[in-house]
Structure formats: structure tokens, C-alpha cells
Design a protein around this ligand. Sequence first.
Ligand code: MTE
Ligand code: MOS
Length: 775
Amino acid sequence: MNKQSPITTSPLHVSVKHDSAIKQVAGRADYIDDLVEPEGTLHAYLGLSSKAHADIASMNLDAVRAATGVVGVLTAEDIPAENDVSSVHKHDEPVFATTRVVTWGQPLFAVIGETREAARRAAKLAKIEYRELPHVTDVDAAVAAGGKLVTEPLKLERGDVEAGFAASQHRAKGRVRIGGQEHFYLESQAALAIPGEDDEITLQVSSQHPTEIQVMVAQVLGIPHAAVTVNMRRMGGGFGGKETQGNLFAVVAAVAAKMFNKAVKIRPDRDDDFQITGKRHDFVVDYDVGYNSDGKIQAVTATYAARSGYSADLSGPVTDRALFHCDNAYWYPTVKVNSLPLFTNTVSNTAFRGFGGPQGIIAAERWIEDIAYALGKDPLEIRKANFYGTDTDNVTPYHQVVEDNVIHRVIEDLEQSSDYQARRQAILAFNKTSKVLKKGIAMVPVKFGISFTATWHNQAGALVHVYRDGSIHLSHGGTEMGQGLHIKVMQVVADAFGVPVERVQITASNTGKVPNTSATAASSGTDLNAMAALDAANQIKARMIAHAAFIYEVEPKDVQWEFGGVRAGQQFVPFDELATSCWMNRVQLSAAGFYKTPKIHWDRSTGRGHPFYYFAYGAAASEVTIDTLTGEYQVDRSDVLEDVGRSLNPAIDIGQVEGGFIQGMGWLTTEELWWDGKGQLRTHAPSTYKIPLASDVPRIFNVRLAEWSINKEPAIGRSKAVGEPPLVLGYSVVEALSMAVASVADYKVAPQLDMPATPERVLMGVERMRRARQG
Ligand code: MTE
Ligand code: MOS
């Protein structure tokens, strides 16, 4: 019998380290700016508008052209075909503005220089005259100016809300403001375009959506999709900010590359990236909720107004997803909600981890809190009273039945492990005697719908080759942004072939290898691409099994696939020997795989369907201490429990939960975007925009996966998506802050903290409570 390799078990469901971990720590992982530049590479830099809304009276670029090191300037006139990079094809996002600018920082031209520095300096030399027009930068101003929308709003409705209100003993009415968020990916937007023969062009990009880059470059150059090849090895973070926002940079590099027949690279400074690219939508949610003295909600109506910016981009699907999460984990007997994706003269807001879902969930948690304070109860009690059940109380506002509800178990499990009840009692006692410092604790659930709501995006492809030495080449339609997608797909392929994960070589995502891909988004990268890769692996395996049966003269059913090779009757043949034998006997060792999510559908016009294949659940309990004299606070402890089904890689998943939680906490507590009266974003660098530091991590941070959970079939390895849902759990910190604030008025007044709950807002909340207390 042949000797097997020393690793004898499958790498699936094991904490295998990230395929790039060592390279990233050692600084050896390549990002766009690290790639070896082709001889004579030129550099592009964008010239931006310095008005939020204005007609362009004149644009004099003579000084730009004359500057040292400048090779040329691109304006809208130099675009060969369409001057448009709007991702949803609404023709509302020109590459370069022509007669009018609609946001501060809108690109007007690009300088092409011999060096990046030359291009960057020259871009500042343009002389542009504007005739200013009135601008609106936020939701309130947009509504006051008539409420122009960037795309069709959505309405969801179930049951008779008027009857629901009539049957309610109490009402909670209010408005919650939830701020936006800058992605702050460590690698800024970047692209390198390399011209080829005839129409051909190849790009290296930092994008979650290589196919969209391909489509945009083809559209702007007026060439077939097939002439454009987009290569994407890894991003230094995307977080949704590289789903569509890379389009502009890639097409500018592409147009310049074709124009000068040289490779062209583009990489904006951090401040410019901040000013040019869209962010998370901030929301203002107006709500009216009917409930009874037992805390049970009877009716919900709410309007979700969002700052969409100057173009549609993904604002339609983002505001839709807010509505899809207006219920979080709660059953509303009657409900009527609508979205308002408002036009504003600001950057065009876009996808950001959770894609509007978190804003929807947080609004729900706000009215839960209002109800709790009105009834003098722990918000957790109100939550439990309203959780989806198993009877008629399991239908969502979009008429999908919740079939996989595990929120009760998640909450029960976390309540135990975090010792929530005893700690809450201790905190109530502490607040009675502590004069300046006050504490708060809160436990928040999350239910998050998994699938793209645009059903056609729920498809994926993969390409797998087995070489004759038994090494495996893997390419799939997803992109790596740090989330660990590649290692998970590698694990699935290694498990399928029964080989160590090191045998699988992951390669850059490439539109020439796997075509017509969806964005790596909606947390479904692994769900989709690992299934497609498994399909490809299974095709090759079937041929290898047939071949083994033939040469060892057994029935195919008597060929057993084992770790390390196959057993054909009495013979064991190692995987690499079988691969060689297949090649010698002309058996194809390559396959393209495909997957589409089953059982999902959605009709936007009726607001009904089954848009989500399943739900991911989670909960967090956070404890904070605030200083009631300054508003400063610290997070003392957070306990998180996340349902990822049967984890494909627990270490990666824990990392996603930790990172998501901290990113959500940062969004809701310290990250504040601020536009001045002229419509300029003034928080455009880490000096003014405060993302969480290592020192902001909760002093005690216990993160666990719900080991008892398992997803249904088909789902890759019975796992669940993990990328976005944990972000929302950062809200537990805000609600803990609310409790600490509310203690000042003996918990009799709902604190209604808006977000981000900065120390300033906490202090204002404390002052509000002091006034309330004095009557
Ligand atoms: N994790 C890291 N480290 N970097 C990222 O950019 N993006 C998040 C999440 N986790 C992101 C991340 C977002 S917005 C999504 S949609 C998912 O990862 C996408 O990857 P997945 O579908 O493979 O989970
Ligand atoms: Mo994530 S916001 O779906 O890229």
C-alpha cells in the first residue's frame, strides 16, 4: 500500500490560517501600488470641483498642461464613447462633469504625468469659474427643498395599520438620526491599465466587482466586453466602498492608457478619496409605533429618509435593504414602511457593510427602547415579547415566512454566558451610589437576511484545473478583501479532492477566467463561489473516478474517494499519481463550475416574495461607563454570540465578528462626517474623522460562534454568511450608553441618543436628563 501524506484529515471546518496572513504581516502581499510597473508607466490625478452645485462658466487648463512632467490632460471631450460610469446605468454619473457640477469634489479632468507627484501638483493649477446654484447637503435640507429622489422608493405593507393603531393602548412616536460612515479601507482606490493590441486592454484593480469594471471600461471606450480583461488579486479592504466606487478610477486609467498607449496608474490621496467616493447612507427615520402595556407591538409605520448624494448608485437597493430590516427579529402584526432615497449635493452614497440593513435594524431598536423606557422595563424584556414566533407570528413585512428562527436560543445562550441579569442588577446598584460615573448595559439581537435582493446576482462561477503533478489551480468569481473568502473556497476544494489546503493555488480573480460575475457583496461570497468551485471539483472528480475504475477494472461505485487518493478495489492510488494517469490517458482535468441560489424570488412592485435564502442571527451584550461631567466613555465589556451555521473556518469567522463589531461600534460612536455650509466635506482625514483604535476595543471582549447552529441544505458545508451581520451588534454599545445616560433621570425618560453617539452627544443627553429630572 502506498504511503499517504502526513496530513490525513480534511481542512474543512478547521481554523486554517488566511492564505495571505504571513505575506500581509510581513508586507509582502501585493496591492496595486506594489505591482511592478511596465516600462514608461504614466500616472493620472484627478482635478476636482470646489463647489457643491454650480454651472461651470469656464475651465482654463493651460497652466495644468504647461506644468513640468505633464504629458496631457483628459476632459469629457477625450472620452471615446460614453461619458458615464453610473453603476445602475441611469446615466447620472459622468466620468467628468461638462457644464455643471452637482457635488464638491466632482471630477472635472485628469492630469496625466510622468510621475504621480507631477500630475498631482498640476491638477491644482486649473482656473475654473463657476456660477453657483443653491445646494442641499443633508436630509432635512433635501426634504425642505421638495424631496427630489435619486431612484424609485419602496413601500412594504402587511395587515391593516389603522386597525393596529386602534387596538394599541400606547404610541411611541419619534425621529432617529443615524449617521453615515467612511469606509476607510487601508488601500485607497487604485487602478493600473495596460493597453494591448487593437481594442484590447488589461486592468489591475482594487475592486469588489471586476465584471462591473470591465463593463464600465468597455462602455466608456466603446469596445466589446470581451476586449477588456480585469485582474484582481486582493484589496486592502473594501467594505462595500469598492463595489461601484472604483469605476471612475479604472476608466480614467483606461482612457489615458489607450490615448497615450502606455500603462497608466491612478491612486488618489486619502483626502481626495474621502472627497470623491460615496459613503454609508445616513438616515433620518420618522416612526409611529402602537403597542400595549405588555410591551407587544401592534402597528408600525415609518419613513426611512436617506442622504443618497448626487446620483442613484446603489441607493435603491440600499434603502430597500433598510426596509427589509425594519423588523430586525420582531413580528409586527401590522406594518407600513416606505423609503425616501433623497438627492443631495454630496458624494454619491453607496454600499457599506450591511448595505442599509443596519440602519433599518437600529431604527427598530430605537422604538423598542422607547417602549421599554415608557413602560419602565429592561429593553431586553420588550425584545423577547416581540420576537418572531412559530405560528402566524412569523411573517415579515415583505411576506416571507421566517422558518429558521434561532433568536430565542441565541439570546438565552448569551444571557447565560455573559451573566447579563446579575450584571444588570449590579449596574443598577452602582448607578444609585456613583455620582459622576454611570454605567449601562444592553443586549441587542440581530437577524440579517442573506442573499442579494436582486435575484439575478445570486449566481457564481469557478474554474478549477488539476495539473498532472496533482497541484490544483483555483479561480472563482469572488474577490478577496481581507474577509477570508479565498481560504474558505480553498478549503472546500481541498476537502473535495481530499488534499491538504496547500495543494490548492488560489489565483487572482480574472474576468477572462470566470465571466459575468456578481460583486463580492451581501456577505454571500462564500455561499456562492464555494458552491461553484465545488461543482467544478465534482465534475473533475467524476472523470477521475471513471478513469480509476477503468484502469483498475472495477465498477465506478467501488472506487472510494479518500483523503490523499482513491481506493479502487484493493488498490490505493495517491491523488497526484491518479492525476498523472488521467493526463496520460487523455482525461480532461479542468472544469468550470456554476451555482445559483435556489428558492428565492422577489417582486418589488408588490413588495412580496422570498428574497432571502436564510437568515443569520447574532446578539451582543455591552457594558459601558460614562463620565457625566464630560460625556467621555469607555466600553468595559462586550460579549458577542454569532450564528454562522457550521463554521467553515472558526478563526476567520471570529475575526469577521470581531472586526464587524468594532467597525459598527466606530460608526455609531465616534465616526462623524461633517459638511460645512458650502457643501464641502471637512472631515476627510484621520485627523478629523475618528475610526476606532486598538485602545477602543472593549476591555473585555468575548466573541463566540453558536456551535450548536447548522444551516440547511444546500449551503456550503452547512455554514452561514458572516461578513456583514456582526457589524450591527456594535449598536449594543450605543444602547448601553443610553442606559447610562437615562440613569441620570432614574430611567424614566427615553434617552433617544442619535448616532454617532459621540462624547458630545452623550453629554447633551445627560443635560437633557438633568433638565427632565428637574421637571
Ligand atoms: N472584512 C474585511 N477584512 N475587509 C472587508 O473589506 N468587507 C465586508 C465583509 N468583511 C470586508 C470584510 C463586506 S461589506 C462584505 S459584503 C463581506 O465581507 C464580503 O465578503 P463575503 O461575501 O466573502 O463575506
Ligand atoms: Mo458589502 S456592503 O455587501 O460590499
